[in-house]
Design a protein around this ligand. Structure first.
Ligand code: ASP
Length: 340
């Protein structure tokens, strides 16, 4: 079902696909985005573009989509300048880097996940091993690390000078502030692929909220929250405050909205609307989503301005603004274009 933009931008109340959109204004990009180019690779944030390009390279040189998800996300995990994923990720309140990741393989509906993984820089690769070499889906903490070592992963110090400095500054100045007060210090790479055969795969990797309580696990490694892939319908991934994504099972919800016929962008918006409607935090959830469907439609939405996502096809690669929801009094959010 293709919906025009006009039907989708609301002030006050509008009815879209039998759903009441109210309380919030939706600033959407002009068209439902769709491409016939395959593979279609999308990921969260501008830093995702380097991961997308690596994923494309892997596919072009004969790798599988799973290889592409893993190797693409490895680029972000290995980037020491990125303080929210992999090595260089900001540590927990005790100065220990604890990483979360998960991966899903659409055709077999398989999943693997690791949580609170210490000293291993590539949690997405360990998550893949969990999926492919165990009869489990999730491994946590020491067990996840022991498993990683048994698979040949090397333990190393993940705290860089830069992240250590930030942690020490936080300890000195800010530790009395609530954990949510440090919410600028987090991001996730979620990366989704629709391949040439029409199959879907996805992965998600993060160091979570900076200075989190030791043992805290967010949405990113939780199947259905930080990531969900349904090979018949589509895939979705999340970034933002994990606690708020987790409590609403958002990625699963987005895929279910796509199953009902909504475009990826509409599905992301609908999930945010639904969460905001029942959540005491309302629109202040600080959550952001990307999604694509089986037909090559893709999109993203978030609470508030500023969320961008990376889109890469064999023809081009670019960074797009997501649709943004805000209180109806807030000013509009601009959108940019990406031609297929
Ligand atoms: N969702 C991540 C977490 O809560 C953080 C982020 O993506 O900003 O761990």
């Amino acid at each position: 079902m293709e919906l025009s933009r006009r039907g989708f931008v609301t002030k006050g109340t509008a009815i879209i696909s039998g759903t009441f959109y109210n309380r919030h204004e939706v600033f959407s990009n002009p068209n439902i985005r769709k491409t016939m180019s395959r593979p279609l690779i999308i990921s969260t944030w501008p830093f995702g573009e380097a991961a997308n390009k690596k994923a494309m390279e892997v596919i072009n040189s004969g790798g599988s989509s799973l290889d592409a998800v893993e190797k693409g996300i490895n680029v972000t995990e290995n980037d020491k300048e990125n303080t929210s994923v992999g090595i260089g990720g900001l540590p927990n309140s005790e100065g220990i880097v604890q990483l979360d990741a998960c991966i899903m393989n659409g055709p077999k509906h398989e999943a693997g996940s690791v949580m609170g993984l210490e000293k291993i820089r590539n949690p997405i690769s360990v998550a893949r091993k969990v999926m492919e070499h165990t009869r489990h889906v999730q491994l946590v903490g020491k067990g996840a690390q022991k498993f990683a070592c048994s698979q040949g992963f090397i333990k190393e110090n993940l705290l860089t000078e830069k992240s250590k400095k930030k942690w020490l500054e936080w300890k000195k100045d800010n530790q009395k502030k609530s954990l949510e007060g440090s919410s600028e210090n987090h991001d996730t790479i979620a990366l989704l692929i629709l391949d040439e055969d029409g199959n879907l795969t996805g992965g998600c990797s993060t160091s979570g909220l900076a200075f989190k309580l030791p043992g805290r696990v967010g949405d990113s490694p939780i199947i259905g929250s930080g990531l969900y892939v349904d090979n018949e319908i589509g895939a979705a991934g999340a970034t933002g405050i994990g606690e708020n994504v987790l409590r609403h099972c958002c990625s699963f919800m987005i895929v279910e909205f796509m199953r009902q016929g909504l475009s990826p962008e509409e599905a992301c918006i609908q999930a945010i609307q639904r969460a905001a409607k029942i959540d005491p935090k309302g629109i202040d959830l600080n959550i952001f989503f990307i999604a694509l469907d089986k037909t090559g439609r893709y999109g993203a939405a978030g609470t508030g301005k500023g969320f961008q996502y990376s889109v890469t096809t064999p023809k081009q690669s670019g960074i797009l603004d997501s649709a943004a929801l805000s209180d109806i009094d807030a000013g509009p959010v601009g959108g940019n274009e990406f031609q297929n």
